[in-house]
Design a protein around this ligand. Structure first.
Ligand SMILES: CC(C)(COP(=O)(O)OP(=O)(O)OC[C@H]1O[C@@H](n2cnc3c(N)ncnc32)[C@H](O)[C@@H]1OP(=O)(O)O)[C@@H](O)C(=O)NCCC(=O)NCCS
Length: 345
């Protein structure tokens, strides 16, 4: 077993002051083998953790990695060779443990691990990532430092071109770095790098997935998956629905959705749901929502707060359209996703 947490060899983008704006790892490694790491450290400083690479270092890396007899090392050797011949700024990151990222290349490696499905949301420490990542213009010419943007736009115009700014954000869109297998994403701008998108997930135009959040398998996502929220296999997020994050006063319960649950269109949850739950379209359940628990004959069992039902399975939440009271009863029909909609090939 490897004693190292992760390794990334790739390309980065600098601003004019040689500060990293982003980095791209074609094949990030979780738990790289000890001999692969030893080979890298034989040509880099022994304490290398987040290291710019020049052409010579890339060529040396390619040489030592090619001598190791494993597909993993051969792949990294090929990457090092390609970086050397590209003349672009290379970057090497070695994470010795799973602590919060300290540099831009480290933060990007962790986000790559999530979107490459090498780790699931919450499995990699991301404390401090907002402070580490710079706010950047994501443009048709790649990432650009905001201080350098006006000049770059002007230079583009002088050359008869338009430099298009797609977003101004700390996180780029995931699909510019990785498109995981078996997914459909109608509007790629709505999925940030660091999202974990399970095989068989479809994200429609209204769907959104933040970093350190996502779906574990087949899902139809037409609502918002906030940072930290994980949606289980077979669950469906209806159009415009909301899953509450833990930032901005959203409380401290980490929200998740179990398997085969349905959050209706324009509904929302501020508590975790278990398996086979349904939230009626338009109903927002917060942790403090007081609701009437009903038996199968629609008779009141007792009143309670939604947080007391956190994570429980087979529940149907609805707002009684005659009384306005929020009710909870046993969910008789688990959601059956339309199979034809979920073949993403
Ligand atoms: C809550 C929901 C699941 C109930 O659907 P259902 O289980 O099929 O229930 P029905 O509509 O057949 O209604 C069953 C009974 O409950 C009643 N009922 C349904 N919702 C009610 C409400 N909010 N208040 C009072 N009564 C209600 C119905 O009138 C019906 O009464 P009846 O037995 O006297 O005929 C459904 O309304 C819903 O919101 N689904 C979400 C769909 C969605 O948004 N999908 C995503 C698309 S993007």
């Amino acid at each position: 077993m490897s004693v190292y947490y992760a390794l990334g060899l790739g390309l980065g983008t600098h601003n004019r002051h040689q500060q990293w704006l982003d980095s791209f790892y074609p094949t990030p490694l979780l738990s790289p083998s000890a001999d692969l790491v030893a080979a890298c450290l034989s040509v880099l400083p022994a304490d290398a953790s987040s290291q710019p690479l020049d052409k010579t270092q890339c060529e040396q890396l390619a040489g030592v990695l090619a001598e190791i007899d494993s597909p993993e090392a051969k792949r990294q050797a090929a990457i090092a060779r390609q970086i050397a011949s590209s003349g672009r700024p290379g970057v090497f990151v070695l994470l010795r443990d799973n602590s919060g990222p300290k540099t831009v290349p480290e933060a990007y490696l962790k986000l790559h691990l999530l979107s490459h499905r090498l780790v699931k949301p919450h499995q990699t420490a991301l404390e401090g990532i907002f402070g580490v990542l710079p706010n950047i213009a994501w443009t048709s010419q790649g990432p650009i430092d905001l201080a350098e943007l006006p000049e770059r736009q002007w230079q583009a115009r002088l050359a008869g071109q338009v430099l298009s700014v797609d977003s101004v954000d700390k996180f780029p869109k995931m699909t510019d770095y990785v498109v995981p297998t078996g997914v459909r994403i109608a509007d790629t701008a709505r999925v940030r790098l660091g999202a974990y998108i399970g095989e068989g997930t479809t994200i429609m135009h209204e769907g959104f997935v933040n970093f350190n959040a996502g779906t574990l398998g087949i899902s139809m996502v037409e609502g918002r998956i906030s940072s930290g929220v994980v949606v289980g296999e077979g669950s469906d997020l209806g159009g415009g629905c909301s899953t509450m994050g833990t930032l901005s006063g959203g409380g401290n319960i980490v929200i998740s959705v179990g398997q085969k649950s349905l959050i209706g269109a324009n509904a929302g949850i501020g508590i975790p749901l278990g398996d086979r739950c349904t939230v009626e379209s338009g109903l927002y359940i917060t942790a403090g929502t007081k609701l009437a628990l009903l038996d199968d004959n629609n008779q009141l069992v007792k009143h309670l707060k939604a947080r007391e039902l956190a994570g429980m399975s087979d529940l149907l939440f609805r707002r009684n359209s005659l009384t306005g009271a929020v009710e909870c009863k046993t969910n008789k029909s688990a959601v059956a996703l339309n199979q034809a909609l979920h073949i993403n090939q």
